[in-house]
Design a protein around this ligand. Structure first.
Ligand code: AHG
Ligand code: MN
Ligand code: MN
Ligand code: MN
Length: 336
């Protein structure tokens, strides 16, 4: 039987081999993984744990919060605040940053997260997840401010997600490719199950919410119409479509077998560049996709190069198989 490599052993070996994971970052990643394990157990209780349904409150995004949005947020804060590896946290579910209280030692990392992604799927037993991103706190001043979080995605030192589906799987990058770990529920530990995730440059599978078709930018409409035209059309091949409405599940599929995920700007909210949030959805997912050989664009530039100006700012998202992402960007360029 092949030896089981735990997340801890993987992180220690990565730290020893290429120093990509300083001790404090390894501790942070292990704490986040433990928090995700706890969230997975809460998710799996479902109706038996009283975790389903709405919490009756609204978050800064203007979304009605689900009980699990709040539970997952609290699990991540409680797990991380006392460890001494973090200076502050930011979350989809909190308007401002959460600075580690003075009674605890402050670390040099910033943790950003979408504690529960795919909230509309919680009550219908469809895969959901947690997305996280790690930045270094700037050293040029004491304390920590919101501005410290406003770094482009290219500055991330770690990024990942945990998907709560038939298996609970943690995907992680620290800049040396993408590894995946499956939760061994008997041992209660994450075990390395894929060490070199690669996305094929071509695909026949696109992922978009088709109900927004009438609101799309013409370049998106052109791209999807060509996919729908099948092998008689200009693409000369038949495409398939998947839309799970949990970004974690759609991106996990793309990391597993290729595809292109699109949540582009549309005219429903013309003043917003898109629905998905840059700092804790598009940046971490974009880095994972790039580290697996894919591309991540907002249609006009690399997502990881976007200079953030606000904690909860949104961004247009096209990411996955490189040749498809490049084609969409080309259509936008031709329309300018
Ligand atoms: P969240 O549940 O964290 O608010 O994110 C939901 C996002 C993303 O997970 C998914 O791809 C998208 O919303 C689905 O949007 P639609 O419901 O408009 O399809
Ligand atoms: Mn939400
Ligand atoms: Mn989300
Ligand atoms: Mn969320």
């Amino acid at each position: 039987m092949s030896k089981k490599i735990s997340l801890t052993r993987y992180l220690v070996e990565q730290q020893r081999v290429d120093g990509l994971i300083p001790g404090q970052l390894r501790l942070l990643l292990e704490v986040v993984a433990r928090a995700c394990k706890r969230i997975s157990f809460e998710v799996n209780k479902g109706a038996l744990g009283g975790v389903l349904g709405s919490a009756g409150s609204e978050n800064v995004q203007g979304e009605v919060q689900k009980k699990l949005d709040i539970i997952a947020n609290e699990v991540l804060i409680e797990a991380n605040e006392w460890g001494g590896h973090l200076a502050a946290m930011a979350s989809e579910e909190m308007e401002g940053i959460y600075v580690v209280p003075n009674r605890y030692p402050q670390g040099e990392y910033l943790l950003l997260f979408d504690p529960l992604d795919g909230s509309s799927n919680i009550d219908v037993n469809v895969s959901i997840g947690t997305i996280f991103s790690v930045l270094l706190k700037p050293h040029d001043h004491p304390g920590v401010t919101t501005e410290d979080f406003l770094q482009p995605g290219a500055k991330q030192v770690a990024a990942g997600y945990c998907i709560y589906g038939p298996q609970t799987i943690l995907a992680l990058t620290v800049g040396d490719g993408v590894a995946m770990f499956t939760l061994d529920r008997e041992q209660g530990s994450f075990v390395l199950t894929d060490e070199n995730v690669r996305i094929p440059e071509d695909t026949k599978e696109f992922s978009i919410n088709m109900s927004n078709l009438r609101h799309w930018d013409p370049s998106i409409r052109r791209y999807i119409d060509e996919c729908l035209a099948g092998e008689e059309g200009p693409r000369g091949k038949n495409f398939n479509m998947r839309w799970i409405a949990s970004m974690v599940a759609d991106i996990h599929r793309i990391l597993s077998r290729g595809g292109v995920f699109l949540y582009p700007w549309d005219k429903r909210e013309p003043n917003k560049p898109g629905k998905l949030r840059l700092l804790y959805e598009a940046n971490p997912m974009g880095w994972l996709i790039e580290q697996a050989g894919g591309a991540a664009s907002n249609g006009h530039q690399r997502i990881l190069d976007v200079e953030p100006t606000a904690l909860h700012q949104r961004v247009s998202v096209i990411m996955g198989s490189k040749n498809e992402v490049d084609r969409v960007a080309q259509y936008y360029a031709e329309a300018e």
